[in-house]
Design a protein around this ligand. Structure first.
Ligand code: UT7
Length: 327
């Protein structure tokens, strides 16, 4: 039989996570706003969230998660080519969180930048890393999602403040020559529709005088679009790779709401054991939620070598996307 040509792929060689020590249960939230454990669990599946202490900034948490990913891969800091940080809650407008992390890791040969795509940021980061690795620009990229949404929340708004949490997750991708059936990113698909910019946004920021900005979400509107848009992103991913939902070993979705995750899982016909859920433990950590769920699935054995993972996310923008990753 003729030998199969090898393909250049971005292969996941290490992953890491960081969660702040402070945990707030739904009962704790009910002491701050007019809500209940029952409402939060029934509507979202969330049971608790982590909130950062003052020193736990996006850069601090991202560096911890990134260091873990590098250690798992056995890559020395000087060998790292690039750092991409997906965050909506950077420590400062500049320097970029990625550059702060570069310094913390001692990754002196890496360049780095932040990207802003809200909850889809990690998928956007994977997509850029994939292109940089396959084009030969760099040999390794650390993609980090890190968020301190607790600092963006309006604690007068019970409809949003109970939904989010803080944390960071990281994935180290390295370019490898592999067989078609081998590991790595098979594809990424990115989408945006700015006409939905006002259903999920921050109502202020540096560019707006005297308005520090809080998260505002028209939850029902976002929910209404989420399952259909995500189903489209998923079916594009499967079609491009001549795969069906039956080929997916594990869905690793953005963790915003268990009802949205269940809706996508149901459309794909996936049983519960083939869907990674961490929203109950972490709430919505925006760009950090997929790498945090991925690390949890690696730890529980469901993201074992050879398994095919489908990642998907939707967030403010609206932005959304999907990625197919063989471990
Ligand atoms: O990560 C980015 C993507 N974001 C998402 O995917 C979020 C998408 N949206 C959602 O997950 C859901 O829309 C929410 C969880 C945000 C809300 O669930 P819902 O079933 O759409 O509830 P709702 O906003 O329609 O509110 C239902 C009721 C309202 O009371 P009335 O008007 O029916 O009397 C709210 O005032 O629930 C009330 N409510 C609450 N009650 C207790 C809203 N927030 C709370 C609360 N505790 N925290």
């Amino acid at each position: 039989m003729a030998e199969q040509p090898l393909l250049k792929r971005a292969v996941l060689t290490g992953a890491g996570a960081y969660l702040p020590a402070q945990i707030l249960t739904n009962e704790d939230m009910a002491k701050r706003v007019d809500t209940s454990d029952e409402w939060i669990v029934e509507r979202t599946g969330i049971r608790q969230r982590h909130f950062a202490a003052p020193h736990e900034t996006a850069a601090y948490m991202g560096a911890e998660a990134g260091r873990q990913a590098m250690e798992k891969a056995g890559l020395q800091p000087e060998a790292l080519g690039a750092i991409i940080v997906a965050t909506s809650t950077p420590d400062q407008p500049f320097p970029a969180t990625a550059v702060r992390i570069q310094a913390a890791l001692g990754a002196k040969n890496a360049f780095g930048f932040d990207l802003s795509a809200a909850c889809s940021g990690f998928i956007y980061g994977l997509s850029i890393a994939d292109a940089m690795l396959r084009s030969g620009q760099v040999k390794s990229v650390l993609v980090i999602g890190t968020e301190v949404f607790s600092r963006l929340l309006n604690f007068e708004d019970r409809a949003t403040c109970v939904l989010f949490g803080d944390g960071a997750g990281a994935a180290l991708l390295e370019v490898r020559e592999v067989e078609k059936s081998g590991p790595g990113l098979l594809s990424t698909h990115l989408y945006a529709d700015g006409t939905f910019g006002d259903i999920l946004y921050v109502d202020g920021g540096i560019g707006q005088k005297d308005k520090p900005g809080h998260l505002v979400m028209h939850g029902r509107e976002v929910f209404r679009h989420a399952v259909n848009l995500l189903a489209g992103a998923v079916s594009d991913a499967l079609a491009e790779n001549n795969l069906t939902a039956a080929d997916i070993d594990l869905l690793v979705p953005h963790q915003a709401n268990k009802r949205i995750i269940d809706g996508v899982g149901k459309k794909l016909g996936l049983p519960a054991e083939r869907v990674a859920i961490t929203v109950d433990q972490h709430a919505n950590t925006s760009a950090a939620s997929i790498p945090l769920a991925l690390v949890s699935a690696i730890q529980d054995g469901r993201a074992a070598p050879g398994r095919l993972l489908l990642l998907e996310a939707l967030g403010g923008g609206l932005t959304w996307g999907s990625a197919l990753l063989r471990m």
